[in-house]
Design a protein around this ligand. Structure first.
Ligand code: HAM
Length: 446
């Protein structure tokens, strides 16, 4: 494989650019559904490359893969906190009259799976998955109506050790694809920061989760709109001022002055950063109190990765959600995890010139020189395939010139030529396309 091509040499029509996703009118069936993507083989090779890095980072940290259906009960997502995600469901009634939806995220499905085996699964549960998720969103750079979302979660551990391990998975992945800590930052905070601030003002429970959802929209909505929404939740001027002050903090020492001396939020954050020091990953991290995340279920550590230039949407996000199971009618089990979409990371890799040029993976091209030699070429291809080579056999009348161009285009290593005289002598001619060397080989010994 060649190293990396520059961004100009590799512009992805539907993916890295992100905007040229389908945008059809209802009658235009030649285009797919708006906001969805086709993956042509070139893009599919890249997707597989990306996913292979997702698999490798998770496996290197001892996670096992799981999966679940893309179709779920709508009920699984009926939450009251006013999250965007529940307003974006691809939901409908099936032919049996059940309310169902395409999953917008994986966490509730995972919770359902854990709950279904309550108590029977040995903890900690360390699982990962790469589901396709569906959200009826406004399509924009890095956001589509479907995306693949790498999910890595740990269930059954209370401590920030689990959160630190997840951050290590992330950094392992970033390094493996060639990114550096100068390229992006994982901003880390803890929901308990805001919980303590609001708790002191007597704001708890549902109002707390709803406040987090509003705060998460701070960089997307004008300040007046945010203020209005906070006021609608019952926050007075004092409360809003205090929220603003604390959210602006980027230093743990400042935070510890602002919160109680025995603040659990500060303790957890300090512990988490200390553990990350041992992993050697602190250059990738920054404390940022403004990270609260836009989903209601988070209860502790929260984090989001962003490009340092702040030009793209969040690369990934996650956090601790210790009380999700009880909201689904089960017995709580501590949990923490993250979701990592395929779209923004491809944007970032593209901007950084880190998109690899991937050949098709065919090793040999077998070509008969004339029609009469086709059966011989088939026998040769079969022999090579049986020995484990991936072989593209030329099935129609093609000239040698075409075969050379085809080999170049697909990155094949060898051209295997079945020629009349050589075949008579039990031989085939093989050209090594890397070195240019050409020699005859015994067909029997291939
Ligand atoms: P989320 O922040 O909604 O969290 O999504 C996680 C990531 O999925 C985002 O940072 C982004 O990379 C990607 N993503 C989300 N929506 C889209 C979209 N419309 N188009 C492209 N990419 C998108 C969750 O979903 C949580 N369930 C993550 C989690 C797992 N928390 C704990 N475990």
């Amino acid at each position: 494989m060649e190293p990396f091509q520059s961004v100009n040499a590799w512009r992805l029509p539907n993916w890295a650019v992100g905007l040229e996703v389908h945008s059809q009118t209802a009658s235009d069936v030649s285009a797919g559904v708006r906001g969805t993507r086709d993956f042509y083989p070139e893009e599919m090779r890249l997707r597989n490359w990306l996913f292979e890095h997702f698999h490798a980072a998770a496996r290197s940290h001892g996670f096992e893969e799981y999966d679940s259906p893309v179709l779920e009960s709508e009920e699984l997502y009926t939450r009251k906190a006013g999250e965007e995600i529940t307003a974006q469901l691809y939901n409908f009634e099936d032919k049996g009259g059940r309310r169902v939806t395409l999953r917008p995220e994986m966490t509730p499905s995972l919770a359902r799976m854990v709950m279904a085996k309550s108590g029977a699964l040995p903890t900690p549960i360390k699982w990962y998955s790469i589901p396709q998720c569906w959200r009826y969103e406004r399509t924009q750079r890095g956001r589509g109506r479907e995306h693949y979302q790498w999910n890595v979660d740990i269930w059954g551990l209370h401590g920030v050790e689990a959160d630190a391990e997840l951050l290590s998975v992330l950094v392992h992945f970033f390094e493996a694809v060639g990114l550096k800590s100068d390229d992006l930052v994982i901003r880390v905070s803890n929901r308990k920061v805001l919980e303590e601030v609001l708790g002191a003002l007597g704001i708890e429970g549902e109002t707390f989760s709803k406040t987090c959802i509003v705060i998460d929209k701070m960089d997307k909505l004008p300040p007046e709109a945010i203020e209005q929404q906070l006021a609608d939740l019952g926050h007075g001027h004092d409360s809003i001022d205090r929220i603003r002050k604390v959210l602006g903090m980027k230093d743990l020492d400042d935070l510890s002055i602002e919160l109680d001396s025995d603040s659990q939020a500060v303790r957890e954050l300090r512990d988490l950063f200390a553990l990350c020091e041992s992993y050697g990953i602190t250059s990738w991290l920054a404390f940022d109190a403004s990270v609260v995340r836009g989903l209601a279920y988070y209860t502790g550590s929260v984090f989001e990765a962003h490009d340092r230039d702040n030009e793209l949407r969040a690369i990934c996000g996650g956090g601790r959600y210790d009380r999700l199971l009880s909201t689904l009618g089960g017995k709580d089990l501590p949990a923490t995890g993250f979701g990592f979409g395929d779209m923004v990371i491809m944007e970032l890799l593209s901007v950084k010139g880190l998109i690899p040029h991937l050949p098709s993976g065919n090793e040999d091209i077998v070509i008969p020189l004339d029609k009469a030699l086709r059966p011989a070429a088939m026998a040769v291809a079969s022999r090579l395939r049986a020995s484990g080579r991936s072989v593209d056999l030329v099935l129609d009348d093609k000239r040698m010139k075409w075969a050379f161009r085809h080999a170049e285009r697909t990155g094949a290593q060898r051209l295997v030529m079945v020629m009349p005289e050589e075949w008579q002598a039990g031989k085939v001619r093989i050209k090594n396309l890397e070195t240019g060397e050409e020699s005859d080989f015994d067909a029997e010994s291939l």
